[in-house]
Structures are given as structure tokens and as C-alpha cells.
Design a binder for this molecule. Structure first.
Ligand code: PSV
Ligand code: MN
Length: 388
């Protein structure tokens, strides 16, 4: 197998998980813009996500967010997904939108509110039992806005108690993925603000707990690929929430703001041979298409991850290793830049044809008439959104 076909084989096996909420209306605190044809329920979200898989061939999983995607019959939703050629992936808990959580959810000073939040997390594990999902993803908006508002230490005690309760409930094949985020909605101290805090909690919990790297959740200038390399080495990297940003947690299309950063991240993944399913890294998107059409936005995002991965697979590992070993600074950097500057689009077109797909997913989706069909069909009802 020559290098090109070996690269195509790796890319054909790539799997990217889509966020159901990317297909609903989204926005900022200033405005959530409504778009025509937006899904009105999780079934229609599944149908839209299946379009992304249909044209890219590598996005067969859809994350659910509870209660945004709450349904009476999760088995029926899973059957609907299967009929569309996709399946339900990660279950996201939501303890950031209830009025009771103003001063925190699992870290709230009030034990009754902590209990309520923990019960929701346990309910989400119950949903995983029904959907067959492996991963529970936990992001806590918990934090404070003013110094002295609450005890930073006591809030960690409360967090540990809740996480341990949920961890104990997990089945052997289930995992807990902990998201960290520097700030927002808390503007003084966030209870899980950075990778170190998340890493320490997952170490304390055990092997079924791993860290999620959301590429929009760091201070400007953070070297995210260092965090990737470190957590991979510790076998504590569980997933990515891919998106991109120019300023804060902008949730823009992955690779749109900084394609070189995405390449550097995928280089660490490839160098650690962590694209394999056995490595247990869940490559998810966590984005909001506030002004652009949502299905094409997801197709473009999947293609951006695919392109960054293909470029990372272009790195010549032996040339890199020998340049690094000999202290050839510019030589080593050149090996990486040559790969990054490689136009991988022709190879990806070949790959799609090999997979029986149109070489141009965006154009193929555009020609399908699906966008016009859902605009015509989805009249009335309440469009899905964040419900914030
Ligand atoms: C918070 O910014 C976050 O990244 C969490 O993962 C939420 O689940 C998601 O965004 C909601 O869009
Ligand atoms: Mn985020």
C-alpha cells in the first residue's frame, strides 16, 4: 500500500460526531436569529445531521443535549436515526439553564439545588442506557462573579461529591467526559476553568473519566496542542469539542478562524497514533451557525477537520524525528510546514470517489434540493433552539 492509499484508508475510517444543537437556531445574548427550515424536534435534527453524513461519509454520530433533545421514547429516536444511517452518540447534560442554578448547580451553596442538579446528571446516564451511548459529557457553567461571593474550596468539595456520585453510577462501558472553560457565563471564577482542574478531577475519579478539549474554551494565546500532547500521554484525553474563535467562545466553524492551529492539534493526534478508535478519542463538533446555513456549515466543518487530518498525515515522521534528534530547528519546522502547505483537496476528492461519494460534498448537497424541501415542509410548530 503506497503512502497515498494508506492515508486514504486512515481518512476513510475517521469519525466525527455532530452536535444536534447546531441544526437549531442559535445566536448571542443580543439576538438568536431564526432561519427558515430549521428543525422543530430531535427527529428533524437527526434528518438534517444525516444529510451531513450522506455527503461527507464520516459523520455517522449525533450528540444529544438534554433537555433540548428530550423525547418520550429514546429507543424510537434511535430507530429513526438508524433508518437514516446515523446513530445517537454522546449525551450532554444541561445544568446551566434552570433558574435554580443562578448561584451554581452541583456547586450551589444550597444542598437541595445540588441534589436536583446531580439527579439530572443521573437521569442522563439513564438515557445513555436507553440509547446505548458510551459517553456522558459534562460542562458546568458553575462559577462566581465577584471575589468573596462563595468559597472557592467549598465549591470544589461539592463538585467532587457530585462527580463521584455520577461516576459510581456509570456502567463498565460508559464514560464521563469533563469539559473545562475559562469563563462565561461566570466572570470572576469558573469552577472547572482549565485543563489542569479537569485533569485533576478525572484522575481522582478513575479510568472512566476523561477530559474534553473545547477549542474555544482557553485564554487567548494558549498552546492547545501542548494540552493535547500532555493529556494523550496520560490517556486522559476523551474528546474534542471542535469549533474556532477569533476572540472568546465564538463557536465558529472549526478551522475557520485558525486552520493552522487545527493542523497542529491533528498533528499531535496523528503522531500519537490516536486516530484509531481504540485510542478512545471522540472527535465532536460543538458549534453554532448563527448566521450561516446550518447543514452546509456542518458539512464545511467536517471537511475542515478532514483536511487538517489529511495534512497531518502528510508529515514525514522519520524526517521529522531525525531533524528533531539532530537539533535541526529549521529542518524540523520545515517538515511540518511542508505537510501543512500540501494541497490535500485532490486526495480528498479521490477518497470520496473511492467511498462512492460526490467529490464535492457542498455542491452535491446544494443540488439535492433538501434545503428547499425542508423549508416547504417545516411550516408551523416551534423551531428548535437553545431555549435560553
Ligand atoms: C459551553 O460553551 C459549551 O461548550 C458546552 O459544551 C455546552 O454543552 C455547549 O457549549 C452548548 O452549546
Ligand atoms: Mn463551548
Amino acid at each position: 500500500m503506497n503512502h497515498r492509499s494508506a492515508v486514504r484508508a486512515v481518512l476513510a475510517a475517521q469519525r466525527i460526531e455532530l452536535p444536534s444543537w447546531a441544526f437549531g437556531n442559535s445566536g448571542t445574548r443580543f439576538k438568536v436569529f431564526a432561519q427558515r427550515g430549521v428543525p422543530r424536534d430531535p427527529y428533524e435534527k437527526m434528518s438534517d445531521a444525516a444529510q451531513v453524513h450522506r455527503y461527507t461519509g464520516i459523520a455517522p454520530l449525533v450528540s444529544l443535549h438534554i433537555p433540548w433533545d428530550a423525547v418520550d421514547d429514546y429507543a424510537a429516536l434511535a430507530t429513526h436515526a438508524a433508518e437514516l444511517g446515523v446513530s445517537i452518540g454522546t449525551i450532554n447534560a444541561n445544568v446551566f439553564q434552570d433558574n435554580d442554578y443562578m448561584l451554581g448547580s452541583v456547586t450551589n451553596p444550597d444542598p437541595a439545588i445540588r441534589r436536583k442538579a446531580t439527579d439530572h446528571l443521573l437521569e442522563c446516564v439513564g438515557i445513555m442506557d436507553l440509547t446505548g451511548s458510551r459517553d456522558l459529557k459534562l460542562w458546568f457553567s458553575d462559577g462566581t462573579n465577584y471575589p468573596g461571593q462563595d468559597s472557592l474550596r467549598a465549591r470544589q468539595d461539592r463538585l467532587v461529591e457530585a462527580l463521584s456520585t455520577v461516576y459510581a453510577r456509570l456502567r463498565a462501558e460508559q464514560r464521563m467526559l469533563l469539559v473545562y472553560k475559562l469563563f462565561e457565563p461566570a466572570f470572576y471564577a469558573t469552577d472547572v476553568p482549565d485543563w489542569g482542574t479537569a485533569y485533576a478531577h478525572t484522575l481522582r475519579l478513575g479510568p472512566k473519566a476523561r477530559v474534553v478539549i473545547d477549542t474555544g474554551h482557553h485564554a487567548p494565546g494558549t498552546n492547545i496542542e501542548f494540552i493535547v500532547a500532555f493529556l494523550l500521554r496520560e490517556e486522559k484525553l476523551g474528546a474534542f469539542d471542535f469549533n474556532s474563535r477569533f476572540y472568546a467562545d465564538d463557536d465558529l466553524m472549526v478551522g475557520a478562524a485558525d486552520p493552522f492551529q487545527l493542523f497542529r492539534i491533528m498533528h499531535e493526534i496523528v503522531a500519537a497514533d490516536a486516530l484509531r478508535a481504540e485510542a478512545g478519542i471522540n472527535f465532536m463538533l460543538d458549534q453554532c451557525h448563527n448566521i450561516e446555513p446550518k447543514i452546509p456549515g456542518q458539512i464545511r466543518s467536517v471537511m475542515n477537520v478532514q483536511e487538517a487530518t489529511a495534512k497531518a498525515l502528510m508529515v514525514d515522521p522519520s524526517a521529522l524525528a531525525s531533524a528533531q534528534a539532530s537539533g535541526d530547528v529549521l529542518g524540523a519546522n520545515a517538515v511540518l510546514m511542508d505537510a501543512y502547505n500540501t494541497d490535500v483537496r485532490p486526495l480528498l476528492c479521490e477518497l470520496r470517489e473511492e467511498m462512492g461519494l460526490d467529490p464535492d460534498p457542498m455542491a452535491a448537497y446544494g443540488r439535492s434540493g433538501y434545503a428547499e424541501k425542508v423549508v416547504a415542509e417545516r411550516v408551523g410548530g416551534r423551531q428548535a433552539g437553545w431555549g435560553a
